[in-house]
Design a protein around this ligand. Structure first.
Ligand code: NDP
Length: 278
């Protein structure tokens, strides 16, 4: 029997990248899925890819909208319950690195960028989790959030608010994991490194710039030791593992990195220090 038979999953940010790959894997493995994002065309592409994988369209609930809107959050929960009757898995994946349109970086970024970043990457996750909580307790379900290796402890001074939002998400994961496990709900988090998705274009950068960045970092073993950038499926498979109670039952409140080794690299060790000792 497929591992997500009789399960219902909401996957935010499933109109692109990691969320789309996750929705496809979960649906292929038997889950009924609610997919969502602001871009109707890209969300339809996700739906079509799921259908092309052999899944009946009646197992897909597709909701277009901005996740920071209370109405859309309510619609995600309510339509999932109306259509499928339960919620077993909540994947808090939608997120973005929001850029200051003035071009300011670091501490000079306008504080409104901090507000927007936290509204999407933290506040909307808290709100949706609150709204899904009773349903997840009823089903003894799973929550998996998508953080980042940018959450620290290393500094990320070029994207301070983004990395701070992911650090907050890691701590949110630990806090609610220990609270909700008492009610039978498991909560975990994945922390990707560099993954080839729409995240760079979402900042307004052209595709060529995004491709160049992935090529530069992915082919530099000092940045990505495994030798290539991640693909959305590399992260989606980890999310699916954490959503599969029979495979990952004993993992609670963890922040699990999948980054091809990037976070193990210490800049000073990228130089041949033994040369100095000769
Ligand atoms: P993508 O840009 O490819 O996907 C982001 C998804 O989030 C899209 O479906 C987008 O949909 C959705 N989204 C963004 N803003 C909103 C909003 N306001 N309301 C509703 N949906 C929204 O990026 P990724 O797949 O890479 O990002 C997924 C997660 O992975 C994010 O949380 C990101 O921080 C994290 N991550 C990504 C890394 C990477 O290198 N790619 C590294 C570490 C973490 P739409 O545009 O249709 O609204």
């Amino acid at each position: 029997m497929p591992r997500f038979s009789n399960k219902v999953a909401i996957i935010t940010g499933s109109s692109n990248g990691i969320g789309r790959a996750t929705a496809i894997i979960l649906a292929k493995d038997g889950a009924k899925v609610t997919i969502t994002g602001r871009n109707a065309e890209r969300l339809e592409e996700t739906k079509q890819q799921i259908i092309e994988a052999g899944i009946d369209s009646k197992n897909i609930n597709s909701i277009v909208g901005d996740l920071t809107s209370i109405e859309i959050q309510d619609k995600l929960i309510n339509t999932t319950i109306q259509k499928f009757g339960q919620i077993d898995i909540l994947i808090n994946n939608a997120g973005a690195a929001i850029i200051d349109p003035t071009g300011s970086t670091g501490i000079d970024q306008n504080v409104s960028i901090y507000d927007k970043t936290f509204e999407l990457n933290v506040r909307s996750i808290i709100e949706l989790t609150q709204k899904a909580k009773a349903h997840l307790i009823a089903s003894k379900g799973e929550i998996i959030s998508v953080s980042s290796i940018a959450s620290g402890p290393e500094a990320h001074s070029q994207f301070p608010y983004y990395s701070m939002s992911k650090a907050a998400l890691d701590q949110f994961t630990r806090n609610i994991a220990i609270e909700l496990v008492k009610s039978g709900v498991r909560v975990n988090c994945v922390n990707p490194g560099l993954v080839k998705t729409g995240i760079i274009q979402a900042t307004g950068a052209p595709t060529e710039v995004s491709d160049k960045l992935y090529e530069f970092l992915g082919s530099n073993p000092d940045c990505v030791p495994i030798g290539r950038v991640g693909q959305p499926e590399d992260i989606a498979n980890l999310i699916a593992f954490l959503a599969d109670r029979s495979a990952s039952f004993y993992i609670i409140g963890q922040t699990i990195k999948a980054d091809g080794g990037s976070s193990l690299m210490l800049a000073m060790n990228t130089h041949n220090l033994t040369d100095f000792l000769k």
